[in-house]
Design a protein around this ligand. Structure first.
Ligand SMILES: Cc1cc2nc3c(=O)[nH]c(=O)nc-3n(C[C@H](O)[C@H](O)[C@H](O)COP(=O)(O)OP(=O)(O)OC[C@H]3O[C@@H](n4cnc5c(N)ncnc54)[C@H](O)[C@@H]3O)c2cc1C
Ligand code: SF4
Length: 601
């Protein structure tokens, strides 16, 4: 049961339809099929095979414009994204306001595996505080579950996917049990410099957690921990783990990884799920709406077969939406009926409300101590050997910060494979040198820059939401979303604080700034959507009047409809969300399997 034609699905009976094949959909399909459920996955993008299509070994000078970013390829010519980006031809969306500060930029990936083919692979656990933010400071919403509920699934995802990192015993920065994490790679010289001077400022610098194999996975012991009592699943995943290679630290992860050393849904979740023989995948299948039966239960979905342009239907006992947070919201809002005139699962009127992204701000420093270093191998991990987890929990509780929630710092230095811009814009240092002098300057400054980026918590607010735009439709005839976006002062002040922290760090290292830190938070903060951590819009909760889904991410209104992406997040901790999306999807999958065993689904 592998990739099948769209026209064949209406004749088949499935246990579960999973919409979307990214982190949420991939994890859901893996967890369900390994435990015996028959699954149909519908994916709007085209089939993508990382083993044959990844431009892993292509270097910038082999590409037009030496691989530089263009509007079609915003992360460079060889970025793994296919048919996606900030603009997807024929699939528009709208922003309600023309105000710069109220714009939302929506990144979408239209390909098998979604955004997991080119994500940054930073994979941090939410901490205990992150599940109960309202209880701590009275802002936003608590999750209906605690860290203890999610922890066993974090363990399992870390073991399955392969995450490097270390346990440091820091506040709200959870340690993983023995055997979950892989050893982290050694720090670069620039990392060590940041760590040394960060410590002088009281900032902790520890190993980053990233979904990259630093060594082969323990294929003998992990399978039994992932699938206790299930010899069939253990055998499949054990063999699959042996087919994954560890990283050789030389190619940009954003181009994808054909040797399966990092996590992509296409290299980690889908191959073993397909091997069970219980997964059918239809690509180029754009789901338009969820269909209901006469009793009001989900009967299946209607989708557009993009190859033929025809509208088709698929049916199953359970429907799971994991199309990325805001696409899931869009499907719900477009699933209107006399029973649900304002969209499916929307009796709370909360579908599309309380959208979130991550607060982002960055600053570049040039560090004289890193000039003219003798040549050495600095390829390493594409992004993040070390990072700084948020350090201010106690000071924040004591009211010493002008904003409510924290941020962590990601940074990158060292010599990367040069591209078109590597030596561009050096005038602020070289003062316009040319010829032999510019050659010397280029050598001198190459590898002496460190870029700092803050990743902070956005508190959900009622002014940040989306709705169906009146009359506008995409090229498949499906109504599109219109976004309303507003940062609160918690976020803008946090962005200004990031700028000051980065400037202090660069100064402590004896470095220079290309431009002064931005003190105005509204200017320091990157536009909504820039960090590509779309979350919220169908919050989970304990009260059907105040949430869209229950703690199992099951619709309060439609008992066999589940959500398995970031749409269900009631808050967006500073921690990058994808590990939590996967852990939660596995948790939800277990609940669905239980329900099917008990014949409740
Ligand atoms: C450049 C970049 C860097 C990132 N770095 C990090 C990072 O370091 N750490 C981190 O935690 N996160 C990171 N992210 C975010 C991360 O990629 C997402 O959190 C994650 O992929 C979300 O998984 P998902 O399954 O919800 O959505 P996606 O991965 O986007 O998958 C959704 C899939 O659903 C499909 N789909 C959409 N609509 C429909 C429809 N109507 N019918 C059928 N299929 C549909 C899409 O085509 C897509 O394949 C990054 C993202 C980008 C783009
Ligand atoms: S650096 Fe490692 S994980 Fe990343 S693409 Fe290269 S081999 Fe794969």
């Amino acid at each position: 049961m592998p990739f099948i034609e769209a026209k064949t699905v209406s004749a088949r009976a499935y246990d579960v339809i999973v919409v979307g094949s990214g982190a949420g959909g991939g994890q859901m399909a893996y967890s369900l099929t390994m435990e015996g459920a028959h699954v149909l996955m519908l994916e709007a993008g085209r089939k993508y095979d990382p083993a044959t299509e990844t431009a892993m070994f292509q270097t910038p000078e082999m590409a037009p414009l030496r691989g530089s970013a263009t509007p079609e390829k915003p992360f460079g010519f060889y970025d793994a994204t296919i048919d996606g980006g900030w603009d997807v031809p024929g699939e528009p969306y709208a922003c309600a306001s023309d105000e710069q500060s109220q714009q939302f930029k929506w990144w979408r990936a239209r390909m098998l595996g979604g955004r997991t083919n080119h994500w940054g692979r930073v994979a941090l656990r939410n901490g205990p505080y992150d599940f109960k933010p309202y209880s701590r400071d009275g802002l936003g919403f608590d999750w209906p579950i605690s860290y203890e509920d999610m922890a066993p699934y974090y363990d399992k995802v870390e073991m399955l996917v392969g995450i490097y990192g270390s346990n440091e015993g820091l506040e709200n920065t959870p340690d993983s049990p023995e055997g979950c994490l892989l050893p982290p790679p050694k720090p670069l010289v620039s990392d060590l410099l940041v760590k040394k001077h960060g410590a002088q400022l009281g900032l902790p610098t520890i190993a980053c957690h990233r979904a990259v194999l630093t060594q082969p996975l323990d294929y003998k012991n992990i399978p039994a921990k992932l699938h206790p009592g299930n010899a069939f699943a253990q055998d499949i995943i054990s063999r699959d783990m042996q087919r994954r290679n560890p990283c050789f630290w030389a190619t940009p992860c954003g181009q994808g990884c054909s040797i399966r050393a990092n996590y992509q849904s296409t290299t980690v979740h889908l191959p073993p799920a397909l091997e069970t023989g219980k997964l059918d995948i239809v690509t180029d299948a754009m789901v338009a709406e969820v269909l209901l039966d006469k009793t009001g239960r989900a009967a299946g979905v209607r989708f557009i077969d993009k190859r033929s342009g025809r509208s088709r239907e698929a049916r199953a006992r359970v429907v799971v939406l994991a199309a990325s947070a805001f696409e899931t919201v869009r499907i719900l809002l477009n699933s209107r009926s006399t029973r649900f005139p304002s969209g499916l699962a929307n009796s709370s009127d909360l579908v599309g409300k309380y959208l979130m992204d991550t607060v982002g701000s960055s600053l570049l420093g040039q560090i004289p101590a890193l000039e003219n270093l003798p040549p050495h191998n600095e390829d390493g991990a594409t992004w993040g050997h070390l990072y700084m987890p948020w350090w201010g929990y106690q000071a924040q509780k004591a009211g010493k910060f002008p904003f409510a929630r924290g941020y962590h710092v990601e940074f990158v230095g060292g010599r990367r494979l040069p591209d078109f811009y590597t030596m561009g814009g050096l005038e602020w240092l070289s003062k316009g040198s040319y010829g032999q002098k510019f050659r010397e300057d280029a050598r001198r400054y190459y590898g002496s820059m460190i870029s700092f980026a803050g990743r902070g918590e956005m508190i959900p607010n009622k002014d940040t939401y989306c709705e169906i735009a009146p009359e506008a439709k995409d090229k498949w005839g499906i109504p599109v979303l219109r976004f309303h976006w507003k940062w609160s002062e918690h976020e803008t002040r946090q962005a200004a604080h990031m700028q000051k922290t980065f400037a202090d760090l660069i100064a402590a290292m004896g470095g220079r700034l290309r431009k002064p830190p931005e003190a105005d938070g509204a200017r320091a903060i990157e536009p909504g959507g820039s960090i590509i951590h779309e979350l919220g819009g169908a919050m989970m909760g304990n009260d059907p009047h105040k949430s869209v889904v229950d703690k199992w991410c099951r619709s309060w209104d439609v008992k066999n409809l589940y959500l398995a992406d970031g749409s269900v997040f009631p808050s967006n901790a500073d921690k990058n969300p994808t590990l939590t999306i996967m852990a939660n999807a596995w948790r939800v999958a277990d609940h669905i399997l239980d329900g099917m065993r008990r014949k409740e689904l």
